[in-house]
Design a binder for this molecule. Structure first.
Ligand code: MG
Ligand code: MG
Length: 277
């Protein structure tokens, strides 16, 4: 079932989505070569708990193999669901950080990919285009449209126009009292297909786009998703309210981008605004 959220629920989800934004902003300030991804996770978990939240992801998933950390940290060819570890970040890495914040019975869920130092131009372009595709998808998140309108917008801007791989096995989703709710929101599809959107639905829209082919595999840990060809993969995600005329982001990239610009260790070459729709 797809929930239509009332004003009170939407405001709780908005606050939590903005706490994810605040967490990712702290991550943006913290990132530099030479630190482990586990240290980023520890910092973020403390930030989440100090702000009265519960990290949604920690303990999420099947009994016996629940996700072990507060952040999913996915470096380079890791698409999503990477475990924070003793991996040491180095110049030229890209790092996708996904975070959930749970408070007052609802979740925020959003993600951002950062570039550390000398990242190659094709990867910076992939980052820029993936974020643009997310925004184009969000424009379609309006009352009366269908899920496929979001899916088509994302696929068209990434795979069709730029020849990138669109990961198909993982999708966006409704988000609210549960981390993953109906409907599924694939990043590929046909216009006018799928479930009808109504104002008040809350969606996590999250393109996972690869520089090479779209094929992926899951590592032996049961979580970490990696590109088969070893090429880089990028992930941007917003918690978005379906509106009457367009989607409204409850999470916010603005503070994260500002922190990126103020951190000399980060490459902001992907922040150029040159949308080509
Ligand atoms: Mg997420
Ligand atoms: Mg999500």
């Amino acid at each position: 079932m797809i929930h239509i959220r009332n004003k009170e629920e939407i405001e709780i989800i908005r606050k939590n989505a903005l706490m994810v934004t605040a967490t990712l902003t702290e991550v943006a300030k913290f990132l530099k070569p030479g630190i482990t991804t586990a240290s980023i996770d520890a910092m973020a978990e403390k930030f989440i708990r100090d702000n009265g939240g519960i990290p949604t992801f920690k303990g999420y998933g099947p009994k016996g193999n629940a996700f072990p950390a507060s952040l999913c940290i996915s470096v380079n060819a890791v698409v999503v669901h990477g475990f924070p570890s003793d991996y040491v970040l180095k110049d030229g890495d890209i790092i996708s950080v996904d975070c959930g914040f749970n408070r007052d019975g609802y979740h925020g869920d959003h993600a951002y990919t950062f570039a550390i130092g000398n990242v190659d131009e094709p990867t910076l372009e992939l980052m820029r285009v993936t974020k643009e595709a997310l925004m184009l998808g969000i424009e379609q998140a309006k009352d009366g449209n269908r899920v496929g309108d979001i899916s088509f917008a994302i696929e068209n801007h990434t795979a069709v126009k730029h020849g990138y791989g669109v990961v198909r096995e993982l999708v966006g989703h409704g988000v609210g009292a549960e981390l993953h709710e109906d409907p599924q929101v694939p990043n590929y599809g046909r216009r006018g297909s799928g479930k009808r959107l109504k104002a008040g639905m809350v969606l996590a829209i999250e393109p996972m786009i690869t520089l090479g082919k779209r094929d992926i595999y899951t590592m032996d840990d049961g979580w970490t998703i990696v590109t088969v060809d070893g090429k880089n993969s990028v992930h941007y995600e917003h918690t978005t309210l379906v509106g009457m005329d367009a989607g409204e982001n409850l999470s916010d990239f603005g503070p994260i981008e500002e922190a990126e610009r103020n951190n000399p260790e980060l490459n902001t070459g992907h922040l150029k605004k040159v949308i080509t729709s």
